[in-house]
Design a protein around this ligand. Structure first.
Ligand code: APR
Length: 250
């Protein structure tokens, strides 16, 4: 449990920053009952990502990939934003959060009310045709594996291993990371590239980088200035409340 002093330190840093952005990963959605990828209980403990989540497997053996995807999408469909998502939405309303760059595909930041979200790895709300690019809503999913009207295979509109990051999301994220003066890095193991380079871009540009995670990561203390160790759903509401108090005093 982080101390009040650590929470206040983050609140002061946020209050005085001019351009705050958040960079989020699977850990922020764990309290919404969506499993993370790595570590205990992670999706990759049961499914080898090279076998199930690589674009070439998806094309060659869609039935196999869709086994894993169907399970993941079922959780995503039911999931609701948790206090961590809601705290970031509040920070945006307070005009203290410029945007969120998320590696998550669960759409929970948008459901929480954030209006400026960059989906770095796509968004599972949509299915996209591999041949004609037509999009369908996830809610309309019927058969598995699903097919387009043109009969080609549909894929969740998310970035698989072996696929590039959508160019617009990549450019905008790099730009935001390079211009921010404070980045909150929340619930990510910070090991998957090119996403993991974003905190480095922010740091090199002189930003303060604050991590919120259950445990240290490879960037802790090297790229990040400090780590607030704890659950995002407990830490973030406390930080946002503390920002309000700093704001009042100033
Ligand atoms: N609060 C804060 N942090 C948490 C919580 C929580 N409640 N629960 C877990 N974490 C932390 C873990 O300690 C870990 O560092 O969240 C992190 C989750 O790491 P990963 O599962 O590796 O997720 P992520 O970093 O988002 O993965 C990046 O890898 O497989 C790909 O495309 C996938 O976007 C994903 C990318």
């Amino acid at each position: 449990m982080p101390t009040e002093e650590t929470i206040k330190r983050a609140a002061r840093d946020i209050a005085k920053a001019k351009r705050v952005i958040a960079f989020t990963g699977a850990g922020i959605s764990v309290e919404s009952e969506i499993a993370p990828f790595r570590g205990k209980g992670g999706l990759w403990e049961r499914y080898n990502p090279e076998e199930y989540a690589h674009i070439s497997t998806f094309r060659n053996n869609p039935e196999k990939s869709w086994q894993m995807l169907a399970e993941m999408l079922e959780h995503i469909k039911k999931a609701k934003p948790n206090p961590a998502h809601l705290a970031l939405a509040e920070l945006e309303k307070m005009r203290k959060l410029r945007c969120i760059i998320t590696q998550n595909v669960d759409n929970l930041h948008q459901k929480a009310g954030n209006t400026s979200v960059i989906d770095f790895h796509g968004n599972a709300r949509w299915l996209v045709c591999l041949e004609c690019d037509r999009k369908y809503k996830l809610d309309d999913l019927e058969e598995i594996p699903p097919r387009c009207e043109c009969r080609a295979l549909l894929k969740p509109d998310v970035v698989f291993f072996g696929e590039p990051i959508p160019i617009d999301a990549l450019r905008r994220s790099q730009e935001e990371a390079g211009k921010c003066d404070l980045m909150l890095v929340i619930g990510t193991s910070a090991v998957i590239q090119p996403a993991a380079s974003l905190p480095i871009i922010a740091k090199r540009a002189g930003a303060t980088v604050i991590e919120i995670n259950l445990e240290p990561t490879p960037i802790t203390g090297i790229v990040s200035d400090y780590l607030i160790e704890g659950k995002a759903g407990e830490v973030l509401p406390r930080v946002v409340e503390a920002v309000k108090k700093v704001g009042i005093r100033e």
